[in-house]
Design a protein around this ligand. Structure first.
Ligand code: WT7
Length: 648
């Protein structure tokens, strides 16, 4: 439940004058961006270097008979040239990436010159492995600099990368390799997180039994024992020694795909979200500059993993396109101790820090002393992303981490949006704890009721976008119809976000969370249907229903109702077995927090599971169940309540 806090934190006046935009400028630019999108984006599109300049800017249609989204469609460019080569002359010796290892004794600084060398070499290794323009390359790497090199190398030769988060299981990896028909996987021997090893190469070996590939490029990270398959697997460092360090960036059309990123929805298998080259880069770099008020000399740290869209847009593409110094962290917030984030901020003089509410809540729980023993004087701006931030966590972040002097940008966006859509701008927007505040340039949010009627003024309903912005996803890989169905069919002529939202009397937006069967666990999106299908794939399970429930640290926890096959014993040991099973099927992020064995699930007479009731019981608010008379067997509800796991 999102609280609407009344407090307002005005823009500090010195910041308003120093920042890229103050409020008057925001209002003026915003107005132009929606009144004249062609003029506005035609001008701002020039922030990236084009090989052949565009003459057309916006060509988009939300008509559900013909959804088509094109930006800068006749321009050509190369993303890696924009993120690397164009900075060589002015900032070749400036750090591009500061890499901080899992172990605090390990770090590396990679200048733009070095980045250029590494990306060229990696691109040539890909060529040598037979990867060509348009091919899909699956990246399953830990948070090491090679992840950024690999992404930029793909972009350089026009290959489309599909990054799979290192926490996903072999099955999930196989499904993502198979779905985009990728023939090459880039991985590491093992990953390292919080002192523990992650068997990445072994997972690739399992995945490729189901989804075979021609080549596996292995980066040596830990030196751990792995097996290499002859004729398929190569060590990256050996191949790198054999190739030249010059690779000409390929000329790409603005609408050529840059990457695919799989994300969960309310039904079926994860969707391959497709982002393209020109509009995406313009939008990622522009939002990075304005939202974080990025200035020359900033040390910018986004704590996400490159396996998620945040890592794509705000660790790699946005910051590097802007010639920034971006910090990349291999580890976890609590290793070796709960002050790791703050130690790293001091060690590298971080000025802009961007993380997720779940991390903030966890670190808040560890106590203020862990923060206070570090100076944190370098920090000037804080950011939040991934889920609604509760005012309590916001206030702690502001006062204790930011020492009351750093604005917080609460950035709302999605894998599908490519970049931030609703957010404060630090020099322009007065802050309200818990509100993502106002739309970015060119973004036209609206709130609709269940019938799709646009609601005015202070109101609450479902969040849609009325028109396109350059960073918007273009299609679902290989399934444009699913793209149309998922996003443009609920409300005709509008992009449906899947989120609920309130707007207050100041026009500020307050995201209330997903309104579909997607849950948000520690800022990670999970389809309840995926967890259900993992559960029912266990031989002892006959039926399962999964819902979210409020969780102090994770935002939402996973609550699973499980009906067993006839004759199976509902034991604690079996609960553990089911958790292990889901982890193996999907990955640790999908582990159910609570499992309730249910002899029956509440169903309508036509057999549809009534999730509303299951959600209420999981929230432990079963006194407001509403009408249960339409249930086929209303008595199942009493059993569910009696045996609920989430007793207040
Ligand atoms: C969903 C998108 C965008 C990168 C990380 C997640 C929720 C995201 C906020 C925010 C409230 C937020 C929404 C959205 N969400 N940011 N600042 N306030 N909710 O990307 O996995 O595609 O998830 O995350 O529910 O729909 P994602």
């Amino acid at each position: 439940m999102i609280e609407m806090s009344d407090s307002v934190f005005p823009v500090p006046s010195d910041l308003a004058s120093r920042a890229h935009v103050d409020n008057a400028k925001y209002l003026e630019m915003y107005k132009r961006s929606v009144d004249d999108p062609d003029g506005f984006w035609g001008e701002h599109g020039k922030r990236v270097d084009w090989m052949k300049p565009y003459t057309k800017v916006k060509n988009t249609s939300y008509d559900h008979h013909n959804v088509s989204i094109k930006w800068f469609e006749d321009g050509t460019l190369n993303v890696s040239a924009n993120c690397v080569d164009r900075h060589l002359e002015t900032r070749g010796d400036q750090p591009a990436i500061i890499w901080e290892g899992d172990d605090p004794s390990e770090h590396k600084v990679i200048t733009y010159k070095q980045l250029h060398h590494e990306v060229n070499v990696f691109a040539n290794v890909l060529h040598a492995q037979g990867v060509k323009k348009g091919d899909r390359v699956t990246i399953y790497l830990p948070m090491i600099p090679e992840a950024a090199y690999a992404m930029l190398a793909c972009a350089r030769i026009g290959a489309i990368h599909s990054i799979v988060f290192g926490g996903f299981s072999p099955d999930s990896l196989a499904q993502r390799i198979d779905s985009c028909q990728s023939n090459c996987v880039i991985t590491a021997d093992e990953g390292l997180r919080g002192g523990r090893k992650v068997p990445l190469k072994a997972n690739v070996d399992k995945a490729t039994e189901k989804a075979p590939v021609n080549s596996v490029i292995v980066v040596k990270r830990t030196g751990g024992e792995i097996t290499m398959k002859d004729g398929r697997d190569v060590w990256y460092h050996e191949e790198a020694d054999r190739v030249s360090d010059h690779c000409q960036p390929v000329e790409m059309n603005a609408e050529d795909p840059l990457f695919i990123l799989y994300t969960s929805g309310s039904t079926g298998q994860p969707k391959g979200v497709v982002h393209t080259t020109g509009g995406y880069l313009v939008y990622a770099s522009m939002t990075h500059q304005y939202v974080f008020d990025y200035q020359e000399g900033d040390i910018y740290w986004c704590t996400a993993d490159v396996g998620w869209v945040t890592g794509h847009s705000y660790i790699v593409y946005g910051p590097l396109a802007n010639g920034a110094t971006t910090l990349m962290f291999e580890g976890v917030p609590t290793y070796p101790g709960p002050d790791r984030f703050w130690e790293v901020c001091d060690k590298h003089n971080v000025t802009i820090f961007y993380t997720a509410p779940t991390a903030i809540r966890a670190l808040m729980g560890a106590g203020d002393d862990h923060v206070k023993k570090h100076s944190l004087k370098s920090l000037r701006l804080l950011g939040s992303v991934g889920e609604p931030i509760n005012p309590e966590a916001w206030t702690w972040y502001y006062n204790v981490v930011g020492q009351g002097r750093c604005p917080i940008v609460d950035t709302w966006w999605q894998t599908e949006t490519g970049g931030i859509l609703i957010t404060p701008l630090p020099g322009a927007t007065d802050l309200k704890p818990g509100s993502a505040t106002r739309p970015f340039f060119g973004v036209q949010p609206a709130i609709v009721d269940a019938e799709g009627k646009v609601l005015d003024g202070a109101t609450e309903g479902n969040l849609v976008m009325l028109d396109s912005w350059p960073g918007q996803m273009r299609t679902v890989y290989g399934d444009h119809e699913r793209f149309v169905q998922t996003y443009f069919s609920t409300y005709k002529g509008m992009y449906f976000t899947g989120d609920g939202c309130r707007r207050d009397t100041d026009g500020y937006y307050w995201i209330t969370g997903r309104v579909d069967d997607v849950i948000n666990v520690s800022g990670h999106r999970m389809g309840t249907a995926e967890v259900e299908s993992a559960l029912v794939s266990h031989p002892k399970v006959s039926e399962a229903a999964v819902v979210g429930y409020p969780h102090d640290i994770k935002g939402q926890g996973i609550y699973a109702y499980v009906t067993l096959m006839d004759g199976e014993e509902p034991t604690d040991a079996l609960k553990k077995e089911l958790v292990t099973h889901v982890r193996a099927e999907i990955g640790p992020i999908a582990s159910p927090d609570l499992i309730q064995f249910a002899p029956g699930l509440p169903k309508t007479r036509s057999g549809k599971i009534m999730r509303r009731i299951l959600r209420k019981i999981a929230e432990d608010s079963f006194d407001s169940l509403g009408d249960t008379s339409t249930l086929a067997d209303p008595a199942v509800v009493d059993d569910l309540i009696d045996n609920r796991q989430n007793r207040a």
